[in-house]
Design a protein around this ligand. Structure first.
Ligand code: PHE
Length: 352
């Protein structure tokens, strides 16, 4: 029996082991014959010889099984270590039109994520404005009172502070309520002429409903140069809205009040849904309020270190969610932060 066990241990590949197994345990194998031989022995020897023959058979079979397991896991390990085996590559599945008779296989399509609609529109706007000669500035989400309010011509007791319900931090700083503080940061950092956009996240202590979010995205624009006028503002806004809304647009300015611009405006665009004829979206006025803007207040230029006698500028503050809602016809701002994949998947290719 030791010889048999040695033979099993010496089998170094599965086909060799199969051969040894057949030789020992097959129909006419040596061990099988040994068990069969018991029947031919004299009656009194049979129980003892039978027991021993069976023990041998069981032991040999166990040795074969154990060796098979060893060889199989060695083969698997070798496969996994082979350079061309990629355990992350997708498996195969039945292709459309495949049947039992005609089995066609294709790689399983793995699900991929999509860009958030705000990211999609923000990136498009960045492309658009950079093509118009703007550069892109960033600023901190945690701001000081000075950058967020004071420097923007909103002193401590100014009623305009009430309209921007602020998340104050324990150290006296705040979560920026708009991207306008980056106007000041940009003016302090660079000399005019300036032409920048500032996409970014802002925060206000608002109760959330279909048109208000405590966390939202704005894109600030700032242009400062000699002789910049309201005509430049209107032209820039018209060009950009035509690109965003992908159609010819009419715009109109209404007076609007913001302490950091003078004059300040609310800019309306003719309703993208009815073209100006009047519908429920524009409340039958034919116009939709799209963004606040205005000529930079002299005090703001001064706070940024720029001489208002020499330079003028315009600024605008676009609500990114609002633009996305108009573009895609979305009627509830809460969907953007809601994390519902059924909503998000509509904005990009998804494999499955
Ligand atoms: N910062 C203003 C707001 O968030 C918007 C604005 C920006 C208005 C620039 C005029 C000019 O309310």
């Amino acid at each position: 029996m030791d010889g048999w066990l040695a033979e099993i241990a010496a089998a170094n590949a599965l086909p060799d082991l199969d051969e040894v197994e057949r030789k020992l345990l097959g129909k006419t194998g040596t061990v099988t014959e040994l068990v069969k031989g018991v029947a031919a022995l004299p009656r009194e020897q049979r129980p003892e010889a039978g027991r021993s023959a069976n023990q041998t058979k069981v032991a040999v079979q166990a040795a074969v099984d154990a060796r098979r397991e060893e060889l199989e896991s060695a083969a698997l390990a070798a496969d996994l270590g082979a350079t061309d085996f990629d355990p992350t590559s997708p498996g195969l599945e039945a292709a459309p039109g495949s049947s039992a008779a005609r089995d066609v296989r294709q790689p399983v399509k793995l699900p991929t994520g999509t860009l958030h609609p705000i990211t999609i529109v923000r990136d498009e706007l960045i492309d658009l404005f950079t093509s118009m000669g703007f550069s892109w500035q960033d600023g901190p989400e945690i701001e000081s009172d000075w950058f967020n309010f004071e420097a923007l011509n909103i002193p401590g007791d100014h009623p305009a502070r009430d309209s921007q319900d602020t998340f104050w931090l324990d150290d006296g700083n705040l979560l920026r309520t708009h991207t306008s503080p980056v106007q000041i940061r940009t003016m302090k950092r660079f000399a005019p002429p300036l032409k920048v956009i500032v996409p970014g996240r802002c925060f206000r202590q608002e109760s959330v409903d279909a048109s208000h979010e405590h966390t939202f995205y704005q894109m600030e624009g700032l242009v400062v140069d000699k002789g910049v006028s309201t005509a430049n503002l209107i032209h820039t806004m018209k060009t950009c809205l035509r690109e965003i809304l992908r159609r010819d647009v009419e715009v109109r300015l209404r007076p609007g009040f913001f302490p950091f611009v003078e004059p300040g405006f609310e800019l309306d665009v003719n309703c993208p849904f009815c073209g100006g004829d009047g519908c429920s979206v524009c409340k039958h006025s034919g116009w939709i309020e799209i963004l606040p803007c205005g000529m930079v207040h002299p005090n703001v230029l001064r706070a940024g270190g720029i001489d208002p006698e020499e330079y003028t500028g315009f600024a605008f503050g676009m609500g990114l969610q609002r633009v996305v809602m108009l573009r895609y016809g979305i009627d509830d701002i809460r969907l953007f932060m809601g994390g519902d994949l059924r909503f998000l998947r509509q904005f990009g290719e998804i494999a499955r």
